[in-house]
Design a protein. Sequence first.
Length: 136
Amino acid sequence: MDVISKEKRSWNMSRIRNKNTKPEMIVRSLLHRMGYRFRLHKKCLPGKPDIVLKQYRTAIFVNGCFWHRHENCKFAYTPKSRKDFWMKKFRENIERDKLVMKQLENSGWEILIIWECETKDISVLQKRLKEKLHYE
């Protein structure tokens, strides 16, 4: 049983964004400061990647640890109520992510997944981006 009312839960859930999230904005800001130019949420690509670096043929997904089930992450907890509902939802998200990754890879795209928790330490994130994008 949920500890808050149905209306309050609905309101809370309606506030969860799927683009322009704080972690995504951190990654975008960092990439811009590093000199990269990119496009956002390209509808012509499978899964509408959060950030697309066409020149590097790289699609970047900034995934929330909770929604996309980042392994061994404290943010990827499972709610105590309605476990069947949540497990089904998480399973579907993971399956969809795998399908999208396969479609992009088959089209010749490199994929970089940045987890929400990785945006907490900017220097580590910047190092990872430099390695992946062969930053000069």
